[in-house]
Design a protein around this ligand. Structure first.
Ligand SMILES: Cc1cc2nc3c(=O)[nH]c(=O)nc-3n(C[C@H](O)[C@H](O)[C@H](O)COP(=O)(O)OP(=O)(O)OC[C@H]3O[C@@H](n4cnc5c(N)ncnc54)[C@H](O)[C@@H]3O)c2cc1C
Ligand SMILES: NC(=O)c1ccc[n+]([C@@H]2O[C@H](COP(=O)([O-])OP(=O)(O)OC[C@H]3O[C@@H](n4cnc5c(N)ncnc54)[C@H](OP(=O)(O)O)[C@@H]3O)[C@@H](O)[C@H]2O)c1
Length: 293
């Protein structure tokens, strides 16, 4: 380029990179590496929130994977935690669905983020809840408690899920009715999803069976996922045959206790646990570490 050639206009990413970035709610501190900008925040209950942020240009992930994200602590050192990406792999932004633990080192601060704030996001996705870790089949079951629905919010918006499976079943169980709202909103939005409708036709949403239940507040269908599977109630309610290893595949995400019990139930139906390197009939991942707050 000679001296007379005008410099090309900076792209949006270059403008963002050139901005004096800050990290954390209202913070004016210089940015840390891996800072991303929050674009949307929604509080669902006193304990649950979701947010969207910019996506690092370098981040490629498979729907269902998780990354480490966080904020700087008092001493300026990052407080990082594992978070499932709730948005699908094709999305220009990233979405996360989070618990707000009152005295949690990260989430007691994360709950205060607002649009325009910055968070730290390490762009190294990993995880077992990926379609490649399962053998082909007819039906895919997503079994989630609480925030364990996050990886399935990603997979449900990924056309690959409906490409590979004729039917998809989402069982989501929470203690209270208000905690089901994020999942309900997601499922309702799928019916109007332009990408999925274009690829699979307008009636494609009929291929998704949604089975939300509560355990501690009145709701039309109640009970733990494990109980509704072993009693056969979910099969009767949805008009599906009992799970079998020829047709059914499953992904499990919840507390350690739930994962352990769900694994036993799936094995009882003859399904085997798989992994990225050894695809089988189901895969499991923790939604959090710890026994409850
Ligand atoms: C693979 C993986 C993926 C994860 N994905 C998510 C996600 O998408 N969304 C999310 O909110 N959390 C997720 N977590 C949990 C997350 O890493 C943090 O534990 C959570 O953000 C709380 O951080 P904290 O520092 O505030 O408290 P921590 O010190 O990390 O946790 C304090 C206590 O809160 C409870 N707790 C923590 N997370 C949860 C939760 N999600 N649901 C119910 N109780 C919880 C536990 O009892 C824990 O001992 C994931 C964890 C793992 C291992
Ligand atoms: N105060 C609040 O408003 C509030 C709101 C949200 C979370 N929290 C706290 O956050 C912590 C995590 O709560 P959470 O509700 O997200 O997670 P959770 O305790 O794992 O419960 C989520 C759902 O999973 C079910 N479940 C738990 N263990 C199971 C098992 N072994 N097999 C099958 N199903 C199982 C629960 O049923 P059961 O009800 O039968 O156990 C519940 O419906 C708790 O300590 C809670 O006190 C508090």
């Amino acid at each position: 380029m000679d001296d007379t050639t005008p410099a090309p206009a900076p792209s949006a990413t270059e403008k963002l990179a050139a901005r004096p970035a800050t990290v954390g709610p209202g913070s004016a501190k210089p940015t840390l590496p891996d800072a991303q900008t929050v674009t949307q925040v929604r509080h669902w209950t006193d304990w649950l929130m979701s947010f969207r942020c910019t996506r690092p240009a370098s981040l490629r992930f498979r729907s269902g994977e998780f990354v480490m994200l966080g904020l700087p602590g008092e001493d300026g050192k990052p407080i990082l935690r594992a978070y499932s990406i709730a948005s699908p792999s094709w999305d220009e932004e990233l979405e996360f669905y989070s618990i707000k633990v009152p005295d949690g080192p990260l989430t007691s601060r994360l709950k205060n983020i607002r649009e325009g704030d910055q968070i730290i996001l390490r762009p190294k996705p990993v995880g077992t809840l990926v379609l490649d870790a399962l053998l082909p089949g007819k039906r895919l079951w997503f079994l989630a408690t609480g925030t364990g629905i996050a990886p399935f919010a990603s997979l449900l918006r990924d056309p690959d899920t409906f490409e590979r499976y004729e039917q998809v079943v989402l069982m989501h169980t929470c203690r209270q009715v208000s905690e089901l709202a994020y999942g309900r909103d997601l499922v309702e939005s799928l019916a109007d999803d332009p990408l999925l409708s274009e690829m699979f036709g307008e009636g494609f949403a009929d291929r998704l069976h949604y089975y939300p239940t509560t355990t501690r507040e009145e709701w039309p269908i109640m009970g733990r996922i494990t109980d509704n599977l072993t009693s056969g109630r979910v099969f009767a309610d949805l008009g599906l045959p009992p799970m079998n290893p020829a047709d059914d595949r499953a992904m499990v995400c919840g507390s350690l206790a739930f994962n352990t019990d769900a694994k036993k139930v799936l094995e009882g139906f003859g399904l085997h646990e798989g992994a990225n390197s050894d695809p089988r009939e189901f895969v499991v991942e923790k939604a959090f570490v710890g026994e409850g707050v």
